[in-house]
Ligand binder design. Structure first.
Ligand SMILES: [Zn+2]
Length: 460
């Protein structure tokens, strides 16, 4: 029997693969999508029959590396994208200038100085202030919530506060990274550490932006790995006094020039009506931003390349936008809204891919019930690649400003993968991404976008 066990496990895994895309029962394709079946099959076939997208994503990360706002790497990558989109035959390829914040990490370190000297792995939080050249030193205070910080308010002064909050969802846990530094700073802390906002990795710290509260004292802040947060918690629970030293050179320079990249396939009947898809081209300054969000950029761009390659010119314009500065400012998304303000009423749908390009399961959708029904119908064309589930909210940080301003139906690519394990870490490199997953992601986006741009009536 023990000999059979590995086989039985393998069989179980095999029988469950591919896993069901959603708990929604499969639906038969409605009659109205039948005319799009052939184009959809061609788009999917072309996508999964090549590794163009993955090779492009690998080239992006390998050549330019990390693409933080203000870096020459990002600007060089933007130039490359414009050239490559032009070579793909996309139309109206251009940049739309955006002034972006220019934060630079510099050298940084964190060490336990007592009871014994030990360096720890860390990453300063984006937009943090730096420390004096000799760093800041303080005794450790560990809290697990804002309530515990409040309860310890008389003991915060002069301390380095660690928020040791286990990862639940990004939305729930990220507020300790965003707000923790100002909350502890207001009570007199000299620095803040946060347990990385993500599931346990291999002692991988996760950077990410903090947001200083208006008018509050600004103190330096850094992320530590899940393992080190747990270790500092144990030392604290034992009553071991822990003294830490944090050194960070982080600082802001004057705002820098950057740009959103735009490419199109102009609509053949209704060119003024636009379906916008895209991702953010900037990344954090560690890793190569392949999952966050090089993959989303390449997958949406690939959707247009596929249409162009197959000579599919839909009724409406399809536009890909690679937004700048999502990670530490959101200026690209705001600039897009401001520049296209008059045109936003003609935006039929906006889709952002910023959850990784792992195995696609479908899309999130925000809009009317009628719109949702339409999108669910279109998704039946993706049942062959198990990307046909339509979930409750869709959207993204970069499309958000436009979507909210004009009430535009919003979508996001949904995938099954380890996004929050990888993003904002040095491990965000292209090897985590399966070429076929990326090809299927591009195929799913291409089919959904093509049908919305092609169908006779506008998505409402
Ligand atoms: Zn992102």
């Amino acid at each position: 029997m023990p000999i059979l066990r590995p086989f039985a496990v393998a069989l179980l895994v095999f029988l469950q693969y591919p896993p069901p895309a959603a708990d929604v029962p499969k639906r038969a394709a409605p009659q109205w999508v039948a005319p799009y079946r052939e184009a959809s099959a061609r788009l999917i076939g072309e996508a999964v029959g090549s590794d163009v997208a993955w090779q492009r994503l690998a080239y992006l990360g390998d050549t330019f590396g990390a693409r933080l706002s203000g870096s020459p790497n990002l600007e060089a990558a933007i130039k490359w994208a414009v050239d490559a989109m032009t070579r793909d035959g996309l139309e109206n390829v251009h940049v739309e200038p955006v002034k972006v914040p220019h934060w630079v990490r510099g050298r940084e370190s964190l060490e336990i100085v007592g009871p014994f000297l030990q360096p720890l792995v860390m990453l300063g939080l984006g937009n943090s202030v730096g420390t004096p050249p000799d760093g800041v030193e303080g005794d450790l205070l560990v809290v697990r919530s804002f309530e515990q910080l409040e309860a310890a308010r008389d003991h915060v002064k002069g301390r380095i506060v660690l928020f040791n909050v286990p990862f639940t969802t990004y939305g729930e846990t990220v507020r300790f990274r965003a707000e923790g530094p100002s909350r502890a700073g207001a009570l007199g802390a000299v620095a803040v550490l946060v347990r990385s906002v993500g599931p346990a990795g291999l002692r991988t710290p996760h950077t990410g932006a903090l947001v200083y509260a208006e008018g509050q004292r600004q103190i330096p802040a850094a992320a530590v790995a899940v393992e080190d947060a747990a270790r500092l918690q144990r030392m604290s629970d034992r009553g071991t006094p822990v003294r830490l030293r944090l050194k960070m050179e982080a600082r802001f320079f004057p705002d820098a020039d950057s740009a959103n990249v735009v490419g199109e396939i102009r609509g053949r009947d209704l060119p003024e009506e636009v379906v916008v898809i895209g991702g953010h081209f900037d990344s954090w300054d560690v890793g190569t931003g392949s999952t966050d969000d090089g993959g989303g950029c390449i997958a949406t761009w690939e959707a247009l390349r596929l249409m162009k390659k197959l000579n599919l010119r839909p009724r409406r314009t399809v536009r890909v936008v690679l937004w700048t500065n999502e990670e530490n400012g959101g200026r690209g998304g705001q600039a897009y809204r401001d520049r296209h303000l008059g045109e936003l009423p003609n935006h039929v749908m906006m889709l952002e891919s910023d959850s990784g390009v792992f195995r696609p399961t479908g899309f999130g959708f925000s809009g009317t019930e009628a719109g949702r029904a339409r999108v669910r119908d279109i998704a039946t064309l993706l049942s062959g690649i198990h990307a046909d589930a339509i979930g409750p909210g869709g959207g993204g940080a970069d499309i958000g400003p436009s979507v909210q301003h004009a009430g535009i139906p919003a979508m996001s690519l949904e995938v099954d993968g380890n996004y929050f394990l990888i993003h904002h870490t040095p491990a965000d490199t292209v090897d985590k991404i399966d070429p076929l997953d990326l090809a299927r992601s591009a195929a799913a986006i291409a089919v959904m976008t093509y049908v919305i741009a092609e169908m006779p009536d506008r998505l409402r």
